[in-house]
Design a protein around this ligand. Structure first.
Ligand code: BTN
Length: 273
């Protein structure tokens, strides 16, 4: 009881901070986020996880704010203190390199399930609520000198943001803007980790195939007209299906193509989705 009061007091005094004990108390995981490294400020939690890659499999890095938050395709990611979740999970999976990108899809599913409130996935792994983006995921892989393969799954979620700068307003949203309710970031982090571990365990045992139907049911890109931008080339088509390895199958005017998530951007033709 006394401990709860102290946590409430900390939250009142420093509303931008996280109470890491609250996250621990809500976790049901065996391995994921069993160690949490919390930083008031860092350049990027993905970079922090790389620097501390000797930490155990499943270590979670969380920052109140990032000075050089990174997005996909070399973009930057705004990470102000107080309203969002900026975190990276360090994983050391023993799976084929070709399957690593599927971890990103699983992370997207976990975030979607934890947020609820109609959150869906824009292929490959943007989480949208309504027609705008509330979360982005950046997965990076590297091999250490001791040949240990590390995967860093960075997740950025706009949680309690009340507004966005003009340049982001059309594309970005937050859980608060969509639901008009404040969300506990500690609770959401724990829920994402709990969901992630369930999916990740199944994935490591049986691969992505048994999870595809669940991914399809969350994916708003399917059956939409899309614009695929790859290496300065632009193609138009209809997103038809998700392949067994998680790539997107698009029927274009010049035939079917299979798009891998790596270096490609897929946009709706009438807007972001
Ligand atoms: C995207 O949609 O472009 C991916 C955005 C990923 C942002 C997160 S925030 C936590 C982690 N640290 C980073 O520097 N990036 C990811």
């Amino acid at each position: 009881m006394a401990e709860k009061n102290i946590h409430a007091l900390i939250k009142n005094l420093f509303p931008e901070s996280f109470v890491v004990d609250d996250i621990y108390s809500l976790l049901t995981t065996r391995k994921i986020a069993r160690e949490i490294i919390y930083m008031k400020k860092t350049d990027s939690t993905n970079e922090a996880a790389k620097r501390l890659s000797m930490k155990s499999d499943g270590t979670l890095f969380i920052a109140q704010t990032q000075s050089q938050g990174k997005g996909r395709l070399g973009r930057s990611w705004k990470s102000p203190a107080g309203c969002g979740i900026w975190m990276s999970l360090l994983l050391k999976p023993e799976i084929d390199e070709a399957k690593i990108s599927q971890i990103t899809l699983i992370a997207g599913m976990a975030v979607c399930r934890a947020i609820g409130n109609g959150a869906k996935i824009k292929w490959p792994n943007d989480i949208v609520i309504g027609t705008r983006k509330a979360c982005g995921i950046l997965t990076e892989m590297f091999e250490r000198d001791d040949h240990c393969r590390c995967v860093i799954c960075g997740i950025g979620i706009n949680v309690n943001n009340k507004s966005f700068p003009t340049e982001l307003r059309e594309k970005a949203t937050s859980i608060y803007i969509e639901t008009k309710h404040k969300t506990s970031r500690e609770m959401l982090i724990a829920e994402i980790m709990n969901e992630f571990e369930k999916l990740y365990d199944r994935f490591c045992k049986n691969g992505f195939a048994p999870l595809i139907d669940q991914y399809r049911s969350l994916c708003v890109t399917l059956n939409k007209r899309v614009r695929v931008i790859y290496k300065n080339k632009e193609l138009f088509g209809t997103a038809e299906d998700i392949a067994a390895d998680g790539s997107l199958i698009v029927e274009t005017d010049s035939g079917k193509i299979t798009v891998n998530s790596g270096e490609v951007s897929v946009r709706g033709i009438y807007g972001y989705i």
